[in-house]
Ligand binder design. Sequence first.
Ligand code: FAD
Length: 466
Amino acid sequence: QRYDLAALRARLDGIRLEDNPALVRQKSRDFYWYSPILKRQLDPAVADIVAHPTSQDEVIRILSACAALAIPVTPRGAGTGNYGQAMPLAGGVVLDLSGMNHVLDIGPGHVVAQAGAILAEIDAATRKAVGRELRLHPSTYRTASIGGFIAGGSGGVGSIMWGGLRDLGNILGLTVVTMEAAPRVLRLTGEEVGKVAHAYGTNGIITEVTMPLAPAHDWVEAIIGFDDFAEACAYANALGEQDALVKKLVSVVAAPVPQRYFLRHKPFLPEGKHVVLVMVDALAIDAFAAFTARHGGEALFRSDLVPAARQAGLPPLYELAWNHTTLRALRVDPAVTYLQTLYPFPHQLDLVARIHARLGTEVPAHLEFVRFDGKITCFGLPLVHFTGEERLDEIIAIHEEMGAVVFNPHRYTLEEGGMKQTDAVQLAFKREADPAGLLNPGKMIGWENPEFDLASGRTYLFQGLG
Ligand code: FAD
C-alpha cells in the first residue's frame, strides 16, 4: 500500500471512511470522460479511501492526520467537473464535502453556506427567505456544490448580467482550512478570494462561502429560431446589450445541433433553424417579444405560452446550454467532444462568422453570451466531431491563429486548461497553506515542475499518475 491507512483510521475514529473499492472508484471520477484524451490519461487514477466529514472540525482532523502521515487529499463536491479536477492522481484520500451542505445564514443581499451545499438548494432557501437567488450558476445547478463551483467552475447561467465567477464582487468571502499538521482556518475576502477561487482545491479546503444575491425573477424560457446563423448571433449580442431586458441566459446553438441532440425539445425545433436560448424576466416578456420581432426572430418555444401538459418531461432550458449542450450531444453521439473558446470583444461576431465558415461542419458552433469586463461578448463551447488527437490540436491551432482564445478542456492542469500560466498568487498561497504539496497533486504545474516550459507545446504529464 502507498500510504499508512491503518494509522489514518486510528486517527480518524468517529469520522465516516469508505474503502469499498467500487465506491472509492466512483468517488475518484468526475466528468473527465467528456475528453477522449483525459479519458485515456486519467482512467487509472483512483483514491485509497474516501473521507466524509460533516463539519469543519472533522475537516481539520482529516487534514491534520493526512499532513502528519503525508497522505494526499483531493477535495470533491459533487464531482461534476470536466477536466479530472477532482480526480486523485496520486491516490490517497478523496475528501467528499457533500455532507457539509447546510445553508447557515441568509441576509437581505447575501447567503452563507457550507461548501458542499447544492446550488439549487441554496437558491430554494434564499428565494423563500428573501426573494433572492445566487447571481450565477453552472448548468449543473441541480447537482453541483457551491464549493466545487468556486474551486473548479468559471461562470454560467447569470454571466450575461453578472460576468464571471472570479470577477471581484461575485464571491464575498471564503473560509479555508490549510493542509498542515496543525491546520489553520483562514477567512479570505476581497482580493484574497482569488487565492483559492478556481485553484482546483490545490491550496486549501473551502469549508464556508459567502455569496451575494440577485433578485429572483420569474424567468421565462424562450427558444428563438433564425434561418441565418449570423443573424442569430447578431440578435444574441444585441439582446445581451439591452440592460432593461433582464435576462439570465443567452446562448446560440447552430443547426443541426439542436435538432439532433435536444431530444425532448425536438417537437419545437424545425429542421434547419439556428436557435437562441433565452431566460428572460417575465415582467419584460412583451418588450422581449418586441425586441425579437425587430430582429426577425421566430419564437419556437415560450414557457409562458406552451401548455403545461406539453412541457411535461422537458429539462429546464439551462440544461440545454453551457456544458449541458455537450452532454446532450455525447448521449446521442459518443464520438463528439468539444472545445472552450473566447471570442474577444469587440470583433466577436466577425470572428465567430469566420470560424463558422471555415470549420462549421466539423466544429458546430455553440456560443454563450456573457458580460466580460462590462462588455457583451461570447464564449464558445463548440462541439467537435472527434477524429483523433492530432486533428483536435490542428483545430485548436486554427482557432488561435484566427484570433480566438482557447481554454483547452483536454488538459487536467490549471495552467494548460483555463489559466494559461501559473497564477503566482495561487502558487504563493500553496507554499503557505500546503507546504508539503499534498492537496490535489498533479494539477498545478508551477508547483510540481517549475521548470516545465508552458510554451513548448508539450503536454504536462504528472509523474505520480497511476
Ligand atoms: P467538483 O467536480 O466536485 O470539484 C471541482 C473542483 O473543485 C475539483 O478540483 C475539486 O477538487 C475542487 N473542490 C471541490 N470542493 C472543494 C472545496 N470545498 N474546497 C476546495 N476545493 C474543492 N462549469 C461552469 O463553470 N459553468 C457551467 O455552466 C458548467 N456546466 C457544466 C455542465 C455539465 C453537464 C458538466 C458535467 C459540467 C459543467 N461545468 C460547468 C463544470 C462543473 O459542473 C462546475 O464547475 C461545478 O460547479 C463543479 O461543482 P462540483 O461540486 O461538482 O465540483
